[in-house]
Design a protein around this ligand. Structure first.
Ligand SMILES: C[S@@+](CC[C@H](N)C(=O)[O-])C[C@H]1O[C@@H](n2cnc3c(N)ncnc32)[C@H](O)[C@@H]1O
Length: 486
C-alpha cells in the first residue's frame, strides 16, 4: 500500500481507517468548490448493453456500431476503440466464442465486468499490461465485501454467477469463492458511469474512488468525463477533513435514505443530516418530502399523525385529515400509476401522458406541494412531453419542479444545476429570453462547480447562455435605436 500512499500524497490526500467507517479519504490541503480532488480511470468497465440499446465497449458511443465478428457479443464503434481494448478482449473473446448462442444471453454486464476483472488481473500478473499504484489487484483485495451481511439468497446468486464465470473462462485453478466475494464487492464498491446529465451508461470499478465514504450532506461530488471518474469539491474542504460523496439519491426522508444505505451498503449513516433523526426538524422534513398536504389548499403546513392514529393534523392551521380519506386517494393513485407504467412500456406515449396528468392531479390533493412523489410524477411528465416535443407544457412542469429541487438539494448539487439547464433550454426554445438568461445563469453557476469548466458539455452550456444574453441586449437596444432614427 506504500505506492498508494505516495499516489494519494501527490493528490494532497491521505487514507486513514476509522473504527466506524473503515478506510476513509482525507484532504491534506484546503479544497475549494469546483476544485478536482481526484480523477481516476477505471480498472475495468463495461457498458450497460441491453437487447434494445447497444454501446461501444470503449467509448460508450451508440452510433456506427459493429459487433466483434468473433465473439458476436461485444460492440465497437471503430477500429481505434477496438484496438485500445484488444489485450483484454482477446482473452474474453476467445472465452465467449466457445459459448453457444443460447448461453451468450447469460453474459450480462455484471458477468462481463467480472470476466474483465479476472482477465485484467491475469494480464497484470503476467506483466502483459502495466500494474499501477492505483489499479493493481491488491486494491481490489482491500475492498469491503460485506460477505457476512448479505442474505443467503443473494449469496447463492453470487455463487451461481461465479460458476458461470468459471464455465466461460475455463481456466485451471480458478478461485470460485474469491469470485463470489468479488461480486459482493462490486455491489458496494462499483460505480454507475453516467453522462454529464446523469444518464447511466455503464458500470466501472475505480478502486481509489471506492475509498471515499458516504454522507447525505457530502462535501464532494462524483461525475464522469467519458469513463474517467472525477471527484470535485462542492463545499470548502479544510485540510484534515474527510472527503465524502453521496452514494444515493439524497432527496428523501432520513428513514428512506437510511433504508437504501442499509440495503446496499450495510451501514447506518450518522452524517449531520441523519443525526437529526426523530427530532422536530427531521419530522418536518419527512412530512414535507413524503407526507400529506393540508385539506386547505391555501395552507402550506405539514401534517403529522395524531396520537390515536385516526389520521393527521396540519401543524399550521390544525385541520384534520382522516386516515380513510387518505387511503382511498392513495389507492386511486396506485391503480392509475400501474396503468401509466403499462402505457409507457407499450410506447403509448400520448395515453401515458394523459394518465400521468391525472395522477399528478390526485397527488396534488394528497401530498404536500414539495413532496418528492409529486416531483417524480412531474419529472416523468416533463420527460415524456419533451419526447413528444410539447415544449410549452414541458416548461410548465419543469417550472413546477424547480422550487422543489431548490428546497431538497443544497446549492451546488448537480441535479439542481441540470434542472435549471432544462428550464433554460425550454425557455430559450420558446423565445422567453429573459427567463432563459436567468435559468442558464443559475445552471452555469452550479454546473461549473460540479462539472468543471473545460468539458464540451459545460462549453455548450456557456455558449447557450452567451447567445441568450446577446439576444436580450439586442432586444433592449431595439426601441432606443428606433427612437434615434425617428
Ligand atoms: C465504497 S466503500 C467505502 C470505503 C470503505 N470504508 C472501505 O473501508 O473500503 C463503502 C463501504 O464503506 C462503509 N461506509 C461508507 N460510508 C460510510 C458511513 N458514512 N458510515 C459508516 N460506514 C460507511 C460501508 O461499509 C460501505 O459499505
Amino acid at each position: 500500500m506504500e505506492d498508494l500512499t505516495e499516489a494519494l500524497r501527490q493528490w494532497d490526500l491521505r487514507m486513514s481507517t476509522l473504527p466506524e467507517k473503515g478506510r476513509s479519504l482525507f484532504a491534506n490541503k484546503d479544497f475549494f468548490p469546483g476544485e478536482v480532488i481526484i480523477k481516476q480511470e477505471p480498472c475495468v468497465f463495461v457498458p450497460n448493453n441491453s437487447a434494445s440499446q447497444a454501446r461501444c465497449d470503449t467509448c460508450f458511443s451508440s452510433s456506427n456500431l459493429k459487433k466483434c465478428s468473433a465473439c458476436r457479443v461485444v460492440w465497437y464503434c471503430g477500429s481505434s476503440c477496438q484496438k485500445s481494448q484488444w489485450k483484454v478482449h482477446q482473452l474474453e473473446c476467445r472465452a465467449l466464442s466457445r459459448l453457444d448462442e443460447d448461453k451468450r444471453k447469460y453474459v450480462t454486464p455484471s458477468i462481463r465486468l467480472m470476466l474483465k476483472l479476472c482477465i485484467h488481473r491475469k494480464l497484470q500478473d503476467e506483466r502483459i499490461i502495466p500494474s499501477t499504484a492505483t489499479d493493481n489487484y491488491r486494491l481490489v483485495e482491500a475492498l469491503v465485501s460485506h460477505m457476512s451481511d448479505i442474505d443467503q439468497k443473494q449469496l447463492v446468486l453470487y455463487a451461481q454467477m461465479a460458476n458461470l464465470v468459471n464455465l466461460i473462462l475455463q481456466w485451471p485453478n480458478i478461485n470460485i469463492k474469491e469470485i463470489t466475494e468479488n461480486f459482493s464487492k462490486l455491489s458496494c464498491n462499483g460505480h454507475t458511469i453516467c453522462d454529464s446529465e446523469f444518464r447511466p451508461l455503464g458500470t466501472g470499478l475505480y478502486p481509489v474512488i471506492s475509498i471515499i465514504n458516504h454522507s447525505c450532506l457530502p462535501n464532494a461530488v462524483l461525475v464522469f468525463e467519458d469513463t474517467a471518474a472525477v471527484v470535485r469539491a462542492v463545499q470548502y474542504i479544510s485540510s484534515g477533513s474527510e472527503v465524502s460523496i453521496s452514494y444515493i439519491e439524497t432527496a428523501g426522508s432520513t428513514i428512506t435514505r437510511q433504508k437504501a444505505l442499509k440495503e446496499q451498503y450495510f451501514f447506518t449513516c450518522s452524517c449531520p443530516r441523519c443525526e437529526n433523526v426523530g427530532k422536530f426538524n427531521d419530522l418536518h422534513e419527512s412530512a414535507v418530502l413524503e407526507g400529506y398536504r393540508c385539506r386547505d389548499d391555501s395552507c402550506t403546513g405539514f401534517l403529522l399523525r395524531d396520537s390515536d392514529n385516526r389520521g393527521f393534523f396540519c401543524q399550521r392551521c390544525g385541520l384534520f385529515r382522516a386516515k380513510e380519506e387518505l387511503k382511498e386517494l392513495s389507492n386511486k393513485i396506485r391503480t392509475m400509476l400501474d396503468r401509466a407504467v403499462t402505457s409507457t412500456s407499450s410506447a403509448q406515449l400520448e395515453e401515458a401522458i394523459s394518465i400521468y396528468k391525472m395522477v399528478e392531479q390526485f397527488q396534488r390533493e394528497l401530498y404536500h406541494p414539495r413532496s418528492i412523489f409529486l416531483l417524480q410524477t412531474r419529472e416523468q411528465l416533463l420527460k415524456m412531453l419533451m419526447e413528444v416535443e410539447d415544449w410549452k407544457e414541458a416548461l410548465a412542469y419543469c417550472r413546477l419542479t424547480v422550487p422543489v429541487y431548490e428546497s431538497v438539494y443544497p446549492s451546488n448539487h448537480p441535479l439542481l444545476g441540470l434542472q435549471y439547464y432544462t428550464c433554460g433550454k425550454l425557455e430559450w426554445l420558446l423565445g422567453y429570453t429573459d427567463g432563459a438568461v436567468r435559468s442558464l445563469t443559475k445552471a452555469v453557476d452550479t454546473l461549473r462547480v460540479t462539472h468543471g469548466t473545460s468539458t464540451p458539455f459545460i462549453k455548450e452550456l456557456i455558449l447557450k447562455l452567451e447567445e441568450a444574453r446577446a439576444e436580450t441586449s439586442y432586444k433592449l437596444k431595439l426601441p432606443s435605436e428606433r427612437v434615434t432614427v425617428l
